[in-house]
Structures are given as structure tokens and as C-alpha cells.
Design a protein around this ligand. Structure first.
Ligand SMILES: [Zn+2]
Ligand SMILES: [Zn+2]
Length: 391
């Protein structure tokens, strides 16, 4: 089976590099992946794989092997692009100015399509059912994963486990990486308006200065992180916007703050929300102000099922050799794959796309992000191999 998958992915590599280039040239923003969705539907129709539409642009396909009820495995690829103006001068540069596949979701969609073609071709040789999840809206709250789950993507049939890959611009092409347990953070957004009473800057005693209150608040919020969280538990709070005032001699009426709060432990995450609320309300009040606080709860942390990740890692070693399988570093970035892995055992792994010799080293979410396209053959083959062989 492994040799057949390898040889098919080798045979189809050029075709799928073209597919990736097509997707790269036609990026669409989160929840607006209409043409991308149509393209995926066309390809699945061409491969004779049945599918249904969920969450407007999501496409969910099913491939039945021998004994379809024996094991049901889900494979997920996200489809959306980012509001970034591409700076790469390549023949397949974004034709949608200001929108770019800068997170590699074109690659993820391509690898999933490639795996689908291979698995479908070999369906008389493996047992079970593969659910293909082409997911919209990974880059934007509430996350396409949560919409698809609400629309029943993990039912009828219910997969026993789910796999997803992400390109890794810090990992050399040819390599993959895995990590069991906690691997990425939750991400909640903070929106705070501190309301005081504006007036002449030379008469602060007649005002309630929201700038001073907000300054104290930022320090108090950082002290929650340093004094209430276990130092061994990764968590970070960053205030990223402080907007107030416009001149030298006027104390403004209010200050608007924005920020992000991230955690790897769900219990600490929600405990911290309570502390943030408590400190914000009481500190602002104690200084004579009033406050509006919104904690916009985003993606959960991403937890890789230990057993499944070990198994997947063994499969990767069989595919690319032990020298090419590394351990993924923990990150405080977020991924809506976390929604799936809260519901069923999941494994989110990394595909190396870096090539320093070719100068392909830019990070994701930058205007010069790109991949070494040799990664596509490995990415689609590995996904097919997981689909066909994971118990
Ligand atoms: Zn991204
Ligand atoms: Zn991404």
C-alpha cells in the first residue's frame, strides 16, 4: 500500500502543483470561498467522489473503501486566504489584489484533493470510510470548524479520528513534524473602553483621567498573568491598541484598548477571564471611571491526542524516514482545528516547506510567504497514507 501511494503521488505531483498554483492565483477571504468551493466540487466530481455542501462554502466528501463501517477517518484541509497584498513575483501570483494565500491553505486544499484522488483510486485495497473536510473560514472568528461541527460534520457517519496538516515555513521541505498533547493556544480578543471625564489638562482635579486609569489597568492585567498563572503553564496577554486623545492640553473622555489573551489550558483560560473581568471592573471603578469590557471568546487550544499522534508519527517515519520526522515546537498561535480535537481524537501535524537554498524562508501571514512545491507530493501522499492505514 505504501509503495502504491508513493508512486501515485509521484505520478500526480505535477498535476497537483498546477492545482495549487490555480488556487494560489485565485485566493478568497474567509467565508467568501465561493470559487474555491466550486473548484473543489468540480475536482471531486471529476474523481467521482460524492460530496455535500456545509456552511455555505464548505465541501464534505466521502470515499468508501472495503467494509465501509469498519473505520471512519476524517481528513481536513482549510481553504481561505488573508487580506495581504502578495509581493512574490511568480507566474501564479494572486490575481485578486490585496488577498493572498499567505498561510498555505492553498497547499492544504491541494494536499487533501490529492489524497482524495489517490484514496479513491485505491479504494478496493483499504478498509473503512474517509470523510474529506474542505473547510472555510479558518482565519476568522467564529472559525469554519465550529460552523461545520454545528452543521453535523462529525456525524453521519461519525469519524473516529481526524487529521489536519499545516505548512511549516521553519521546517525544511521533505520533513514533517508531530507533537502529542498541547501544541497551540486558545485565542480570545479583548475590547476595553475606559470611560473617564475629559477636560482641561491643567485642571486634572476637575476630570477623571482615563489615560492614567488605562495605564494602571494594563499593568494590573499583566500582573494577573505573572501572579495568578502557574509559571509552567504557557499563557500570554498582549494589549495591542491604546487609542485616546489628540492634543497636548485636553484630557479625553475615554480610552479604547484592544488585546489578545492566549492559553494552553482550558481551565486556566476561563479562570483568567474571571480575573480579567474582576480586576478591570474594580480597578477602573476605584479610580473613578467606568468600563465596558468585551472578551470575545475565540478558538480553543489545540490538543493532539497522544496515541493518535504517536501512531501518525510512526506512519510518517515509514513514509519519509526517521531522519525527516521532527517534534513540532509549541506555539501560542491558534488554529480552529482545536474545535475538532475537543470533540474527537485529532492529530494536527506540520509539513516542511522551507528551502533556504532557494530563498524560501518567509513566515506565514507575510507578503513574501511561499513554499517549495516539492512539499506537495509528500503532503498529499502522507495524507492518503494516514487515511488508508491508521487503525
Ligand atoms: Zn493563518
Ligand atoms: Zn493557517
Amino acid at each position: 500500500m505504501l509503495d502504491k501511494i508513493k508512486s501515485l503521488s509521484h505520478q500526480y505531483a505535477a498535476e497537483f502543483i498546477e492545482i495549487r498554483r490555480h488556487l494560489h492565483a485565485h485566493p478568497e477571504l474567509s467565508y467568501q470561498e465561493f470559487e474555491t468551493s466550486k473548484f473543489i466540487q468540480q475536482k471531486l466530481t471529476e474523481f467521482a467522489i460524492p460530496f455535500e455542501i456545509k456552511a455555505t462554502t464548505g465541501v464534505v466528501g466521502l470515499i468508501k473503501g472495503k467494509n465501509p463501517a469498519k473505520r471512519i477517518i476524517a481528513l481536513r484541509g482549510d481553504m481561505d486566504a488573508l487580506p495581504i497584498l502578495e509581493e512574490n513575483e511568480v507566474s501564479y501570483k494572486s490575481q485578486n489584489p490585496g488577498v493572498m494565500h499567505a498561510c498555505g491553505h492553498d497547499v492544504h486544499t491541494t494536499c487533501l484533493l490529492g489524497a482524495a484522488k489517490i484514496l479513491n483510486e485505491l479504494k478496493h485495497e483499504w478498509e473503512g470510510t474517509i470523510k474529506l473536510i474542505f473547510q472555510p473560514g479558518e482565519e476568522k472568528n467564529p472559525g469554519g470548524a465550529s460552523l461545520l461541527i454545528n452543521e453535523g460534520v462529525l456525524e453521519n457517519p461519525s469519524p473516529a479520528s481526524i487529521f489536519g496538516l499545516h505548512v511549516h515555513p521553519g521546517l525544511a521541505v521533505g520533513k514533517m513534524s508531530f507533537r502529542p498533547g498541547k501544541v497551540m493556544a486558545s485565542a480570545d480578543e479583548l475590547y476595553i473602553t475606559v470611560k473617564g471625564k475629559g477636560g482641561h489638562a491643567a485642571a486634572p482635579h476637575l476630570c477623571v483621567d482615563p489615560i492614567l486609569i488605562a495605564s494602571h489597568l494594563i499593568i494590573a492585567l499583566q500582573q494577573i498573568m505573572s501572579r495568578n498563572n502557574n509559571p509552567l503553564n504557557p499563557s500570554v496577554l498582549s494589549i495591542t491598541a491604546f487609542n485616546a486623545g489628540s492634543t497636548t492640553n485636553v484630557i479625553p473622555n475615554d480610552v479604547k484598548l484592544k488585546g489578545t489573551f492566549r492559553a494552553m489550558d482550558e481551565e486556566w483560560r476561563f479562570k483568567a477571564h474571571g480575573l480579567i473581568r474582576n480586576v478591570t471592573e474594580n480597578l477602573v471603578k476605584s479610580m473613578g471611571g467606568e468600563v465596558d469590557l468585551l472578551i470575545d471568546v475565540g478558538y480553543p487550544s489545540l490538543y493532539n491526542n497522544e496515541q493518535l499522534s504517536e501512531l501518525a508519527k510512526e506512519k510518517a517515519i515509514a513514509y519519509v524516514g526517521a531522519d525527516n520526522v521532527e517534534e513540532t515546537e509549541k506555539r501560542m498561535g491558534a488554529e480552529d482545528f482545536g474545535y475538532y480535537s475537543q470533540k474527537i481524537p485529532g492529530c494536527f501535524y506540520r509539513l516542511g516547506v522551507m528551502n533556504t537554498a532557494k530563498g524560501i524562508t518567509s513566515g506565514v501571514h507575510t507578503p513574501t510567504f511561499n513554499i517549495d512545491e516539492a512539499a506537495i507530493e509528500i503532503g498529499m501522499g502522507m495524507m492518503a497514507w494516514l487515511g488508508a492505514s491508521i487503525e
